[in-house]
Design a protein around this ligand. Structure first.
Ligand SMILES: [Zn+2]
Length: 287
């Protein structure tokens, strides 16, 4: 494997001494589960992964500052830092909330594609990450974020896309697989069927227990062949109520139903929390 393709981001041992006591108290009261929170942020994606050691990874930030409310409910009051932020692709419904997160939280690491856009949010994002002084990583398949007993593997894009322009950035979305014991989650951003196909052709291991359905359930994603390869038990659709795009498309819902996959939707189920111990997948839905 090429050296520049590999980053090992080790999240650990970074806590300040004065908050160790708080962590000890907090951890005793918390079960040692991996938690994946799919927030109901309206039309957009925002996912908070919390490792059993309480490391936090935020994948996308949704379309606005509602993310701050969601994080406030999930994170301890004294915790004002996030270990890693991942921006799957620089579109408003994934990016805008992250600008608010960067204002309120200290962010240690940022992983994104570096793809260029001409929007006002994009300019604000660039300014914010420059100010943050976080470690910045440009996504490339083969990278791994390593935490104790847990890792997040970057599956796509297959090459560094930094400073490149695209008519549509959906197909530049970071695809990542989170593995914890027997459990796995696939995060797909807004990739369309053509990228799903590329992943299959390159024989990338996309098989996962939980699938974050791409592009809010649009019919331009979730090809039947891809859904068969991933073969999830649970599919999560992050989508806004009565959105103007008609997401999720009935065709996508049909494909998921055909394979007996349990469908969860943030527009209907609200915030979705999936808890895993080392073996099982325990589902907790919050209203
Ligand atoms: Zn989107």
């Amino acid at each position: 494997m090429k050296k520049q393709n590999t980053i090992s981001l080790i999240l650990g041992g970074l806590f300040c001494l004065n908050i160790l006591a708080w962590i000890a108290v907090y951890e005793v009261s918390q079960p040692r589960f991996l938690e994946v929170n799919f927030f109901d942020v309206g039309q957009g994606d925002a996912i908070l992964v919390v490792s059993p050691q309480r490391h936090q990874i935020l994948i996308d930030g949704g379309p606005n500052s509602i993310i701050l409310e969601k994080l406030g409910k999930e994170m301890p009051f004294w915790d004002r830092s996030i270990d890693l932020i991942i921006l799957t692709h620089p579109e408003k419904d994934h990016l805008a909330g992250l600008i608010d997160v960067l204002k309120k939280y200290r962010v240690e690491n940022i992983l994104w594609t570096g793809v260029v856009r001409d929007t006002s949010e994009y300019k604000e994002w660039l300014g914010s990450i420059q100010k943050e002084k976080a470690n910045i990583f440009i996504a490339n398949s083969g990278q791994k974020v390593i935490m104790p007993r847990t890792f997040l593997g970057i599956l796509y894009p297959f090459e560094n896309l930094e400073e490149q322009r695209f008519k549509d950035s959906n197909n530049t979305s970071i695809v990542a697989k989170l593995v914890f014991g027997q459990n796995s989650f696939l995060f797909t951003g807004d990739i369309s069927k053509s990228v799903e196909k590329e992943l299959i052709v390159k024989e990338i291991d996309v098989d996962s227990d939980v699938l974050k359905v791409s592009h809010h359930g649009s019919k331009t994603s979730s090809a039947e062949e891809f859904i068969k390869e991933v073969s999830p038990e649970i599919a999560v659709i992050q989508v806004g109520q009565d959105n103007p795009y008609g997401h999720p498309h009935p065709e996508t819902l049909e494909t998921l139903t055909k394979y007996g996959i349990k469908i969860l939707r943030t527009d209907k189920d609200g915030d979705i929390k999936i808890l895993c111990d080392f073996q099982s997948l325990k589902l907790k839905l919050k209203k």
